[in-house]
Every structure is written in structure tokens, then in C-alpha cells.
Design a binder for this molecule. Structure first.
Ligand SMILES: Cc1cc2nc3c(=O)[nH]c(=O)nc-3n(C[C@H](O)[C@H](O)[C@H](O)COP(=O)(O)O)c2cc1C
Length: 150
């Protein structure tokens, strides 16, 4: 199994972020990341960025984080790094953008509905031991706990 390295961070924008700024960041990221074999996605909302990046080497991740730390357009607030074994999560995205509307489609309740509809369409009775459903429900409940704290 292949090992890869990843990081996720949130940062606070230090200036009003326009669509043009996002477009410039994405264009630059896509060119650079393709060359450096980095994949991931970027999300922006209400003054905060959320970016996930992944690469074959820890050094590549560390180098990009060092560049990002110097970028005056934002200030990194919290960053987590780790390594994983298996397939990369966003292999086909040199830097994808997830916007709010897409995120709404990604909401967990909808995912569970779609998954259960899909199982039904295959004429599968839901296997009560199927961990996928229960993992989604666990996720849902952990999200709900976080939402209640805010
Ligand atoms: C929120 C945010 C995310 C960014 N993501 C990336 C990225 O994934 N890859 C990248 O090369 N540059 C990214 N940048 C831009 C870098 O900070 C830097 O400006 C750029 O890498 C410089 O590239 P250059 O040396 O080719 O001019 C990002 C900037 C911001 C503000």
C-alpha cells in the first residue's frame, strides 16, 4: 500500500476576498500543484479558507505550508498534518474548488438518502451490519454535537 502525506488548515483572510482573488489563487495553485504532484481542494466562505492538500512526500507538504504561511492574503489559524496508507482522496484535483452549493449537495443527510435509495434500486435490503450506513450516522451525530456547541 502506498503512503501519502496530507494537511488540512483553516486560515483567516487578511483582505476582502473577491472572486478574482480566488480565481488567481486557484489558477496559480493548479499550475504549481500539477508540477509538484500535489492534489487537494480549497473552500472559502465568509473570511475563512479551508484547504486540504496531499502529496507523496512530507517534504512537499511542508514546503507548500511554508509558502502559504508567508502569503499575506491570509493567516493560518490551525493546521493538522498526517500520513495515510491507501488511495489519495483528491488525486484528480490539482486544486479543486468546493463551493457552498456543492457542499449543500454533500450534506450527510442527503448522502444517506441517496445511498439508501441506491441500495433500494439495486433491490438490496439494507444490511443492518453494513458499516457504511452506521459510519454515516456516527458522523452525522458527531456533526450535530459540534453544531450544538456553536
Ligand atoms: C488560501 C490560499 C491557498 C493557496 N493554495 C496554493 C496551492 O495549493 N498551491 C500553490 O502553489 N500556491 C497556493 N497559494 C499561493 C501561494 O501562497 C503562493 O502565492 C504561490 O504558490 C506562489 O507561486 P509562484 O512562486 O509560482 O509565484 C495559495 C494561496 C492562498 C492565499
Amino acid at each position: 500500500m502506498l503512503k501519502y502525506y496530507c494537511a488540512i488548515y483553516i486560515s483567516k483572510a487578511t483582505l476582502p476576498i473577491t472572486d478574482l482573488i480566488i480565481k488567481n489563487i486557484l489558477e496559480k495553485s493548479r499550475v504549481n500543484n500539477l508540477e509538484r504532484k500535489i492534489s487537494g481542494y480549497l473552500y472559502y466562505d465568509e473570511g475563512y479558507f479551508l484547504q486540504y492538500i496531499e502529496s507523496d512526500t512530507a517534504n512537499t507538504i511542508n514546503k507548500l505550508i511554508a509558502v502559504l504561511e508567508k502569503d499575506q492574503r491570509h493567516q493560518i489559524i490551525n493546521c493538522f498534518k498526517t500520513s495515510h496508507t491507501g488511495n489519495k482522496r483528491f488525486l484528480e484535483w490539482s486544486m479543486g474548488q468546493i463551493d457552498k452549493n456543492q457542499l449543500i449537495n454533500l450534506n450527510l443527510e442527503q448522502q444517506i438518502i441517496n445511498y439508501m435509495k441506491w441500495l433500494k434500486s439495486l433491490n438490496h435490503n439494507i444490511d443492518m451490519n453494513s458499516s457504511k450506513i452506521w459510519n454515516m450516522v456516527d458522523l452525522l451525530s458527531s456533526h450535530k454535537k459540534v453544531l450544538q456547541l456553536i
